[in-house]
Design a protein. Structure first.
Length: 240
């Protein structure tokens, strides 16, 4: 069994409450959504690029898809004393849940998912240590059936929250409103009011105002106990 992978590298987590932690990133190819702000559009490339020297941005290519043992060996080679997790990112890693289940590694898995595939999440609920779950908003234009996507996202969050340290991330656009996040906030609260919610201002030339972020934080804070606004910090440091 194998999976198409875009790149493998060691860097610093730039999003959410684990920002600043060192991780080996495995970026899987393919995604079932089409968000307007996507910064990692994925295709099934014939080659996967692998970091040769951590932090230097030098890569070599391997054939896609790599096998389980080859991937495990690359991850071990990229591990370092300060590294703490293997980040399964994408694209959408849950597409490759069956392959991920076969990985035999001694390192904890950190899943970064759009949360739209609950049946795939169920396969990994006992494998994932930390789950970063997105909730998309109507203005993200991620799908033609928003209500179905939101239902699936909340189901995935509920599944992973049973066994993993789970938090939710919502990308905030300038046009985001209290109304557009209300269903997401209510859904998270119905699962567990202690689940952290990260409001992440979009990284683009059109950033939401400070006033909007504070307004949305207060709105969500009426129902959730841990609401934070955290930008993509790796972009500030020019990291992968």
């Amino acid at each position: 069994m194998s999976a198409y992978i875009s790149e493998i590298f060691n860097s610093i987590q730039g999003e959410g409450p684990y920002a600043g932690m060192r991780q080996v990133f495995v970026r899987f190819s393919g995604c079932q959504l089409h968000c307007t702000y996507c910064d990692t559009p994925q295709t099934l490339d014939t080659e996967c690029r692998v970091e040769r020297t951590t932090g230097r941005g030098d890569f070599y290519s391997i054939n896609n898809p790599p096998g389980r043992d080859e991937l495990a060996g690359i991850i071990r080679d990229l591990w370092s004393p300060s590294t703490r997790h293997v980040s399964l990112t994408g694209g959408e890693p849950l597409i490759h849940a069956d392959f991920i289940k076969t990985l035999d590694l001694e390192y904890p898995f950190y899943l970064e998912t759009n949360a739209g595939l609950p049946q795939q999440a169920r396969k990994l609920k006992d494998t994932i240590a930390i789950a970063s779950c997105d909730i998309k908003l109507p203005e993200h234009n991620s799908t033609d059936n928003y209500n179905e996507l939101l239902k699936n996202e909340l189901e995935t969050i509920s599944i992973l929250n049973q066994t993993s340290h789970t938090f939710v991330k919502i990308v905030v656009l300038p046009e985001t409103t209290k109304h557009s996040i209300s269903l997401a906030v209510d859904g998270i609260a119905s699962i567990d009011k202690n689940i952290p919610l990260i409001l992440q201002p979009v990284t683009s030339d059109r950033v939401p105002s400070a006033g909007l972020l504070l307004e949305l934080m207060d709105f969500a804070g009426e129902k959730l106990k841990d609401v934070r606004a955290i930008p993509q910090t790796h972009r500030m440091m020019n990291l992968l």
